[in-house]
Write a protein that binds this ligand. Structure first.
Ligand SMILES: [Zn+2]
Ligand SMILES: [Zn+2]
Length: 313
């Protein structure tokens, strides 16, 4: 325990990756709630407050931060130039595949089937959207088993900076939401980084600690919450004293579509000059994997302007 809070040294370096940088900006539950609300049609401060349930000060702070990160922009309203609203920038709109994968995962594995859930309608065909991922090169549907991951030219190590605390109690249970459960993971940077570590085969406490830079208390806490969420499971590899390795469950493994889309977004907007830290290949066709998302009903590529939100009663 004692050595955990040691000053930064080579031992505290974490693997560089675009996910890390992306999580700096959006790996925060209030920020994700705001983006979700904007995406669902809210744009003015009052609407955002109502939809997210965030306290005014917290909402202001995160809006400002999202504007600084160029994910949203504050604009005067056409008909009331003294009032403002918030709209997504190009960078914000490009989070659409991440949102669709969150939605997909939520539909598959949502934590509480009894709560009010929203659905996305594909206007092109009029059906409830079931997003399906296909390879941009060969148009075939791919699963994670079909994807090869190699270190890319931009792989490296960096010293992490931790500036934020976890935001408890920000997600209200009654609020209709597309992304409630999945935000609990993505909205907590540690949880998301632990998922990355376990996905890449880092299974033991020390290894995960080195990979994420998390201090032991934080790491124990997040390993427990991820286990409770059913996305990882602990299996003992040693009995005296008992030590565990962590494995993704099917539900956790499936979360990786979200991480993948987030990584590609990170590569596009936070990439290092050398190139992507991780390269994805579609094993079936041998091409670099550039995923597209199509509608499971009609097969058309899903574009942000072609969807609307449905409330399921
Ligand atoms: Zn392919
Ligand atoms: Zn469709």
């Amino acid at each position: 325990m004692a050595q955990a809070s040691a000053t930064p040294s080579a031992d505290n370096m974490v693997r560089t990756c675009s996910i890390w940088r992306a999580l700096e900006d959006i790996g925060d539950a209030p920020a994700l709630l705001i983006l979700e609300a904007i995406w669902m049609g809210a744009s003015r401060f009052g609407e955002l407050q109502k939809q997210t349930g965030l306290l005014k000060a917290l909402l202001s702070d995160r809006l400002k931060r999202l504007v600084d990160k160029q994910i949203i922009v504050k604009r005067p309203l056409m008909d009331a130039p003294k009032s403002h609203h918030y709209v997504l920038t190009h960078k914000g709109v490009e989070l659409f595949p991440v949102v669709l994968m969150l939605y997909r995962w939520e539909r598959q594995w949502g934590f509480d089937p009894s709560r009010r859930q929203l659905q996305i309608k594909h206007e092109t065909c009029g059906q409830v959207l079931e997003p399906v991922t296909v390879c941009g090169a060969c148009d075939e549907i791919f699963t994670l088993e079909d994807v090869a991951w190699q270190p890319g030219p931009g792989v490296g190590w960096m010293a992490p900076h931790y500036s934020r605390r976890r935001n408890q109690q920000t997600i209200q249970s009654e609020r209709p939401s597309l992304l409630k459960g999945s935000v609990e993971i993505l909205g907590d940077r540690w949880a998301a980084l632990i998922m990355r570590a376990v996905f890449t085969g880092v299974r033991r406490f020390d290894g995960i600690q080195a990979d994420t830079g998390a201090v032991p208390n934080t790491l124990s806490d997040r390993l427990k919450s991820l286990t409770d969420l059913g996305v990882i499971e602990a299996r003992p590899y040693q009995h005296t004293p008992v030590r565990h390795e962590y494995f993704l469950t099917r539900k956790g493994y499936d979360y990786y579509y979200i991480i993948m889309m987030l990584m590609l977004w990170g590569d596009a907007f936070y990439g290092s000059p050398e190139g992507a830290p991780v390269l994805l290949t579609h094993k079936a066709c041998g091409q670099e994997l550039k995923p597209h998302i199509i509608c499971g009903s009609c097969g058309e590529t899903v574009q942000p302007q072609d969807v609307s939100i449905l409330t399921k009663d």
